[in-house]
Design a protein around this ligand. Structure first.
Ligand code: SF4
Ligand code: SF4
Length: 454
């Protein structure tokens, strides 16, 4: 069938009898020049069929039912089904017995938070300093009739999550910076197809292999580089083991609410840090969303895809996604404000550096300086609405981060979009390579700012 020949010439080389030659006539259906067969010497050895990568390239005729040209609708009419319209099988909140607080490592707290939020599917590839999270999921999921798969790579991991999310199921992965880099293509597909999934990125030093110490430079990738195309996901930044649990549970709420992946931006120190963790009063027994491609009669006719080949369709899909991002920006900004009400000197910090910043603010308050800590809990969307109200009092902003400036970039972008074009002077403390800013550095920096101003 000339319209299936791609003129690769493999059959010509394969034929021991010289029965096949390259054609010279262009096939209108493809623009290629299909081969010409002269079968006088043909011994029917079949080598040309084996060599041909196109299933119908050398067949004289094809069964129309086997081709991609076959359109079932023209033969059988529109698809009909007796299945009922898909409806949501809602989640159930199940009461938990009251327990004394546990003492947990951050990674373990996040894994327990995921299980309590109804996650029963884990896909991942071990990478320090996130591995304890996967390890605990491997122990606990089989006891909950869940699924744990150690994938061959982070690329495989995120695509398994894509499939699981398409079935309307909560899935997660623990990874660290280089692993997250490998996931971003799949995340873009998940965002395009609007499927849920939670990735905990326990950030480590970079670029490249870097080291296994804490850093925050991935904030740039998480907030501005989440794969190709028009992509965003809520990015949550815990700073205690308790928040590793609480924000992981919140991440599952958000990922199901918006049908969009959610990222936890933790850091290497926080993943390994042990702290007091109070469990919630209820856990989630997961249901099945109406849109899920699930195997029962009601849901199996659903379709999940990120392919929109028609330009108008793809533009409309992007407009729909943008409206969803706007809803996230309007409704999901979160921050923790510590001594901010009357603060003249605002420290902006998140994750583990926020702990040092909190100590520094307490120290400055004892010295009579009106310092406050503004701790973004959502890095995307940046909680600018909560910050703007604090600016009239502020004489200066100090951004403290274990990174080369992505948190400050998020702050400056958010200020710009909020039409704050003359904010108080912004200075920074930046440490990287696994070195965290220390409380004394922050106190010294704030003290020198106060001195210069007075
Ligand atoms: S089946 Fe015929 S045409 Fe094909 S390789 Fe063998 S001899 Fe050549
Ligand atoms: S028939 Fe198959 S192997 Fe031969 S040129 Fe065409 S595509 Fe290539």
């Amino acid at each position: 069938m000339p319209q299936f020949c791609k003129a690769c010439g493999r059959c010509i080389e394969a034929c021991p009898k010289g029965c096949i030659t390259m054609g010279t006539e262009i096939e209108p259906a493809t623009g290629f020049t299909p081969v010409i067969l002269n079968l006088d010497e043909c011994t029917a050895c079949g080598l040309c069929f084996s060599a041909c990568p196109e299933p119908y390239g050398l067949q004289p005729t094809i069964n129309e039912f086997e081709t991609e040209l076959f359109d079932p609708a023209t033969h059988f009419g529109p698809r009909t089904t007796s299945a009922p319209t898909p409806v949501e099988i809602p989640d159930q909140q199940v009461p938990l017995p009251e327990l004394e607080p546990l003492v947990l490592k951050g990674n373990h707290a996040s894994a327990i938070g995921a299980l309590l939020a109804g996650c029963r599917h884990f896909f991942g590839y071990p990478i320090t300093p996130s591995t304890e999270g996967a390890e605990l999921m491997a122990k606990l999921l089989p006891q909950l009739d869940g699924v744990f798969v150690q994938a061959v790579s982070e690329v495989a991991t995120i695509n398994m999550m894509y499939g699981c999310g398409g079935a309307g199921q909560r899935s997660m992965s623990f990874t660290s910076s280089p692993g997250f880099s490998l996931m971003v293509e799949g995340l873009s597909y998940m965002i395009g197809a609007e499927v849920p999934g939670v990735v905990v990125n326990v950030m480590r030093g970079g670029p490249g292999l870097g080291n296994i110490a804490p850093e925050q430079s991935d904030i740039k990738m998480l907030c501005r580089g989440l794969g190709h195309g028009n992509t965003h996901a809520p990015v949550l930044a815990p700073s205690t083991p308790q928040e590793m649990l609480d924000l992981t549970m919140l991440a599952f709420d958000l990922t199901m609410k918006y049908r969009n992946p959610v990222v936890i931006a933790a850091d290497g120190f926080l993943g390994q840090m042990t702290g007091r963790v109070q469990l919630p009063k209820t856990l989630v027994e997961p249901g099945i969303p109406a849109w899920a491609v699930w195997g029962d009669e009601m849901h199996r006719g659903n379709l999940i895809s990120s392919i929109y080949l028609n330009e108008q369709d793809l533009e409309a899909h992007n407009i729909h996604i943008n409206e969803k991002y706007e809803r996230m920006i309007d409704s999901e900004q979160r921050a923790d404000l510590f001594f901010c009400d009357d603060a003249e000197w605002l420290v902006v910090a998140c994750n583990t550096p926020a702990r040092m910043a909190k100590g520094a603010v307490e120290e400055m308050r004892k010295a009579g300086v009106k310092a406050g800590l503004f701790r973004p809990i959502t890095l995307w969307p940046f909680p600018i609405d909560l910050l703007v109200g604090l600016l009239p009092n502020a004489k200066g902003i100090l951004v403290v981060e274990a990174g080369t400036g992505p948190l400050e970039d998020e702050l400056r972008i958010a200020l710009s979009y909020a039409d704050v074009h003359s904010p108080p002077p912004i200075t920074n403390i930046r440490r990287f390579g696994g070195i965290l800013p220390q409380q004394q550095e922050i106190v010294d920096s704030l003290s020198s700012l106060v001195e210069v101003k007075s």
